[in-house]
Design a protein around this ligand. Structure first.
Ligand SMILES: NC(=O)c1ccc[n+]([C@@H]2O[C@H](COP(=O)([O-])OP(=O)(O)OC[C@H]3O[C@@H](n4cnc5c(N)ncnc54)[C@H](O)[C@@H]3O)[C@@H](O)[C@H]2O)c1
Length: 262
């Protein structure tokens, strides 16, 4: 798919892996000058080299590192605020340390990133910000209380930033991925029995690939979306549209990682 980002500077947090890396690749393919911001241990320099991008070491929980990275990249035209993490614990077993870790990256880190970038976009009266939220912004998947709270909170950032930045020509949107094949979800993707049950609830009968999220991000970031702001775009194969499940053995069979009609 062809998007046009020539002459634009794009910054992608959490761009060394998974969905972020696919977004960085899509933006670079469209001609953007892309900067990957990520933790040093994730080797963002190597990840950037693979796609003709540049890298800056940044931890979204540390504002100074975000500011330093943005000074390196110059004021971005596009921000993909995507860095995220997850811990799996039920409510009763979630410690304050678990909670703080997830909230500090997914929610506070998102706030710090958006605030720092907005300050650079506002004077230029243009910009497009895309946040990585989740289907978990809307549901209560078990053992993910901190993650679900963080991703619900991202919608608060989305709506408020879209409202406040619209007058400055800065659009703010979000993608809400369902189950996407990355290292964050490898335990599920490695287990066909888990996938079979999980994908019963997905009208398209399968999980998503990072590039499929990246296409949605590229669209929202692009000039094809000039009248879209404050939107949360589900990229979930229809999962949240499907209240009681889609697939059953009577009409369909499961093949390795997807359902197919008989
Ligand atoms: N994979 C899914 O099914 C799925 C579904 C919905 C939403 N998401 C969201 O998509 C985003 C990307 O996740 P992914 O699945 O690609 O996982 P991933 O682990 O492959 O990528 C996450 C990236 O964020 C970076 N990161 C983590 N903490 C950071 C910090 N403090 N500062 C800077 N970078 C940091 C990681 O180093 C990594 O490169 C996350 O926000 C995640 O919550 C993922």
């Amino acid at each position: 798919m062809g998007f046009e980002f020539s002459g634009k500077t794009a910054v992608v947090t959490g761009g060394a892996n998974g969905i972020g890396h696919a977004c960085a690749r899509a933006l670079a393919l469209g001609g953007a000058s892309v900067w990957i911001l990520d933790l040093e241990r994730e080797n963002p320099v190597k990840a950037a080299e693979e796609i003709g991008a540049r890298a800056a070491i940044a931890d979204v929980t540390d504002r100074n590192t975000i500011e330093a990275a943005l000074d390196q990249s110059g004021p971005p035209d596009i921000l993909v605020a995507n860095a995220g993490t997850v811990v799996f614990h039920e409510l009763g077993n979630t410690t304050r340390a678990h909670w703080d870790r997830v909230i500090s990256v997914n929610l506070t880190g998102m706030f710090e990133t958006v605030q720092a970038v907005a300050a650079r976009m506002k004077p230029r009266r243009r910009g497009s910000i895309v946040l990585t939220a989740s289907t978990n912004s809307f549901d209560g998947e078990a053992a993910l209380i901190a993650y679900n709270a963080s991703k619900a909170g991202v919608l608060g950032i989305l709506h408020t930033a879209a409202n406040e930045l619209g007058p400055y020509g800065v659009r703010v949107n979000a993608v809400c991925p369902g189950l996407i094949r990355t290292r964050l979800t490898s335990a599920a993707f490695d287990d066909a029995a888990v996938l079979k049950d999980y994908f019963r609830q997905i009208p398209l009968g399968r999980g998503g690939e990072p590039a499929e999220v990246a296409n949605a991000v590229a669209f929202l970031a692009s000039d094809l979306a000039t009248y879209i702001t404050g939107a949360a775009l589900l990229v979930d194969g229809g999962q949240l549209a499907c209240k009681f499940g889609t697939w059953n053995e009577r009409d369909a069979s499961f093949h390795q990682d997807h359902w197919e009609l008989k």
